[in-house]
Design a protein around this ligand. Structure first.
Ligand code: HEM
Length: 473
């Protein structure tokens, strides 16, 4: 099987090279079977991996659960999951201990997705002994994937014991999720609850658990890092939050306002949205792998006019490469610059067409904004993928990350330790680079751990900002 990494988003020809929208495949270019190694985690009937009519039927079944109107009704329940996370941060601030922040962002997003999709309290943020069996098993299952090599060889050949354990855990998880599925399907009015329908629902709840916690956790980790590294951006974000929530940075005040007027306030969080958009541009957690079925007769014309036959090709859609294209984003393509999205900071599904890069504001973020005012090809920003197979959970991810940033950004300082730590001069002051960012001793980078995560899980110290009162005292 031939493989091709396709770079999209370059210039005006880019759209015809966008594999999410080819006429041959009304439901998107089929997913690659290489994803099947994930089936113990997401099930065989997962929306992420299935194709054709079956995908269409299931996507239709689940769409309404992720619609913005529905998610807004869940706002108070989402907000409820944030205080335990803040308590953990306060404890680190108080003790001065170094935190592995990924543990805490992951448990937080796990609690949110458990509530949003299964109406269940996973208690993932509690000590391990107090967590439910489902979450304990699920965490073990996710962790077991870290032991697998990044290779196309079946895990049954390289790591048979791990593969066997994965199947055992999946078998124990399924009945717990099926109980939940019966309940939700019965409420939806499914009269004939066949084994197939039950298994499909179970598999997709597992998919939501995985896709819905891991990705948003990564978004939060990079956000906390950039809050330290890009001080002018952090200042601009906090200024917006001051304007919307008032000068009191107490998270209780923020959460109360969001619970009462969440829709209105979140629509006004345009700088926060630009911040999230830029995090997802530079640090997208995932991409996609597609397989063009042999015999399709699919040709695409690449920028430059050369034509390629893609039949039988396995194609990787790599947003990390696409979203840093210098032809689209200019010399600042590798810089963290939320200002480039001003005027078009929306990160919702609406954004999947017709992007225009904003004018930017050199002064406010301390960087240049090459590409400013230029029309950006719609396919150049695609962290949630585009077209029919775009991410079903993107509105949920947007809502939860806005809530968490609103509670965290004005209250805590994060100080990276180890990889990515900020360089200090002889007087102990942070060294500023000429792009408005502090200089790092070594660059923090992503490594593949199913998805692309900050390599060390974001090891950092946490401090309370001046004036913030500890929640634990
Ligand atoms: C920052 C957060 C997120 C990012 C960056 C993200 C990214 C993506 C990407 C790139 C895809 C396409 C995958 C492919 O083509 O193979 C996708 C699909 C999907 N995502 Fe997300 N995701 C996020 C949050 C969520 C959440 C919160 C859920 C909640 C359930 C979710 C559920 C799904 C599902 C079910 C699909 C498959 C959709 C389909 O094919 O119909 N994701 N996501």
């Amino acid at each position: 099987m031939a493989e091709l990494a396709v770079q999209m988003g370059k210039g005006p020809e880019a759209e015809q090279f966008d594999l999410s929208r080819l006429e041959n495949f009304p439901y998107g270019t089929p997913k690659s079977p290489t994803m099947s190694y994930l089936s113990p985690l997401i099930g065989k009937n997962s929306l992420v991996s299935i194709n054709g009519e079956m995908w269409k039927t299931l996507r239709k079944r689940f769409n309404s659960g992720f619609a913005p109107q529905h998610l807004l009704k869940l706002l108070p329940n989402i907000i409820e999951k944030v205080p335990p996370f803040l308590d953990h941060l306060d404890r680190f601030a108080e003790t001065g201990e170094t935190a592995l922040l990924s543990d805490y962002t992951t448990n937080l997003t796990f609690d949110i997705i458990g509530m949003a999709t299964m109406d269940m309290d996973f208690a993932a943020q509690k000590p391990p002994a107090e967590r439910g069996e489902l979450v304990t098993l699920y965490i073990e299952l996710v962790d077991s994937f870290k032991a697998l090599e990044d290779t196309p060889v079946s895990p049954w050949l390289l790591h048979p014991m791990v593969a066997m354990r994965q199947v055992q855990i999946a078998r124990r998880i399924d009945p717990m999720i099926k109980t939940r599925s019966v309940l939700s399907l019965a409420l939806e009015g499914v009269d004939n609850l066949t084994d197939d329908i039950l298994q499909q629902t179970c598999d997709n709840l597992k998919t939501f658990l995985f896709a819905g916690h891991d990705t948003t956790s990564i978004l939060l980790q990079w956000s906390f890092y950039e809050l330290e590294r890009s001080p002018k951006v952090a200042e601009a974000l906090c200024a917006e939050l001051d304007e919307l929530f008032g000068p009191d940075t107490d998270p209780e005040v923020v959460m109360k306002a969001l619970a009462e007027r969440g829709d209105e306030i979140m629509n006004k969080m345009t700088y926060t949205s630009a911040f999230i958009k830029e995090i997802l541009r530079l640090y997208p957690p995932g991409g996609s792998a597609r397989l063009v079925p042999p015999g399709t007769g699919l040709f695409v014309t690449a920028p430059g006019g050369k034509s390629y036959c893609l039949d039988g090709m396995l194609i990787y859609l790599c947003p990390t490469v696409i979203q840093r294209d210098p032809e689209v984003f200019g010399p600042t393509c590798n810089d963290f610059l939320p200002e480039r999205w001003i005027g078009d900071s929306d990160t919702s599904m609406r954004t999947n067409s017709g992007l225009v890069v904003g004018d930017g504001d050199k002064a406010s973020a301390g960087g240049s904004t090459a590409g400013a005012g230029k029309k950006t090809p719609p396919s150049a920003w695609r962290p949630f993928e585009r077209g029919p197979r775009n991410c079903i959970g993107q509105e949920l991810a947007n809502i939860e990350s806005k809530i968490i940033l609103a509670c965290v950004a004005r209250r805590y300082e994060f100080v990276k330790v180890g990889v990515g730590a900020i360089k200090r001069d002889e007087a102990g002051e942070k060294v500023m680079g000429d792009n408005g960012k502090y200089v790092a001793e070594t660059e923090l980078y992503s490594s593949r751990q199913i998805t692309a995560k900050p390599v060390d899980g974001l090891v950092a110290k946490v401090r309370l900002k001046p004036g913030a009162k500890s929640r634990t005292s």
